[in-house]
Design a protein around this ligand. Structure first.
Ligand SMILES: [Zn+2]
Length: 272
C-alpha cells in the first residue's frame, strides 16, 4: 500500500481564501483529507495580524468535519536571514525560538480548539534548537525538506516533503516500484499552484478536482493526513526516508533509480 499525504502551505489571515475553500470542497467531494500548514501571525512585529476564528471559519468547519488537519507553519513566516537561505528559525537564539513556537501553537489551538502537534518550518529551514523547542512544546511531527536540516536523533516523526503537486502521478508510479518498502508520498501545494497564481499548475479548479478523483480511484493509494501518518510511523521508520535520501545523493547518477526520490521508503532497504 502507498500512503499519500497532501499538504497546503501558507494559509493565514491574508491568504487567498477562495483557493482554500475550493481545495477543501474538492477534498470533501472525493472523501479525501489534507493538512494545511497555517501561519498564525501575519503583518509586522509592530502591527501583527493574527488569524482569527472568524477569518478561519471555513477551515474550522472542515477541521470539525475531519477533512482538514492543521499544522503550525512558523510564527509570522518572516525571513530573519536575508543574506542567505531564507529562514525564520535557523540561527535564532533558542529562547526566542521557544517563544515564537509557543505563541504560534497557542494561537492556532485557540482558533481550532484542538491541540496542534505538527510543525512545518517556513522555507524548510530549522536547526537543532528548533527540534529542542518542538520536543519541549509537545509536538509529535515535523514536515520539511530534510535535505536542508542539521539532524540529530529526535522523538519527532519526520515526514519530509517528497514531491510537489505537478509530480504527483510520477511519485505514485515510483512508489509502486518500491511498494515492498511501504512508501509514503508527501505532496506539497501552494496557492500559486492554482488558477490565478503565478505558476498555476491547473487551468481550472475542475482539473484539480479531476486529479483528486484520479487519486481517490487508485486502489493501492491510501490518503492520510500528516497527523495520521505520525500516529502510525515509529521515529525510526520516519527517519529512514531521510537516510535513503542522503545515500541516494552519494550514489553515481546512473544508480540513483535504485533508491526512491519522489517518495520515502519507511522500511529498511534490505529486508530480513
Ligand atoms: Zn511557507
Amino acid at each position: 500500500m502507498i500512503r499519500l499525504a497532501l499538504r497546503l502551505d501558507d494559509p493565514s489571515a491574508t491568504s487567498n481564501q477562495d483557493i482554500e475553500w475550493r481545495i477543501l470542497e474538492s477534498l470533501s467531494r472525493h472523501r479525501l483529507r489534507a493538512t494545511f500548514a497555517v501561519i498564525p501571525f501575519r503583518g509586522t512585529t509592530e502591527a501583527p495580524l493574527p488569524l482569527t476564528r472568524e477569518r478561519a471559519r471555513v477551515m474550522r468547519e472542515s477541521f470539525a468535519a475531519g477533512v482538514l488537519d492543521v499544522a503550525l507553519h512558523g510564527h509570522a513566516h518572516r525571513d530573519t536571514n536575508p543574506d542567505g537561505h531564507p529562514s525564520e528559525f535557523a540561527g535564532i537564539p533558542a529562547a526566542r525560538q521557544r517563544e515564537l513556537i509557543a505563541a504560534g501553537k497557542a494561537l492556532l489551538e485557540a482558533v481550532f480548539e484542538q491541540p496542534i502537534r505538527g510543525f512545518v518550518p517556513p522555507w524548510n529551514s530549522f536547526d537543532t534548537a528548533t527540534l529542542d523547542a518542538l520536543e519541549q512544546a509537545g509536538f509529535s511531527h515535523l514536515s520539511a525538506n530534510m535535505g536542508l536540516a542539521p539532524m540529530r536523533p529526535t522523538s519527532l516523526r519526520l515526514l519530509p516533503l517528497t514531491c510537489h503537486l505537478p509530480e504527483i502521478k510520477a511519485a505514485i508510479e515510483e512508489a509502486r516500484r518500491f511498494a515492498r518498502l511501504e512508501p509514503v508520498v508527501t505532496v506539497v501545494m501552494h496557492h500559486y499552484d492554482f488558477p490565478g497564481g503565478e505558476s498555476a499548475v491547473f487551468a481550472s479548479f475542475d482539473e484539480f478536482d479531476a486529479l483528486l478523483a484520479w487519486v481517490a480511484a487508485q486502489a493501492d493509494v491510501h490518503v492520510q493526513t500528516l497527523s495520521e501518518l505520525a500516529g502510525e510511523l515509529t521515529p525510526a521508520a520516519s527517519q529512514r526516508g531521510f537516510r535513503h535520501q542522503c545515500l541516494r545523493d552519494r550514489l553515481p547518477w546512473r544508480f540513483r533509480h535504485w533508491l526512491p526520490n519522489l517518495c520515502m521508503a519507511t522500511r529498511p532497504l534490505l529486508l530480513p
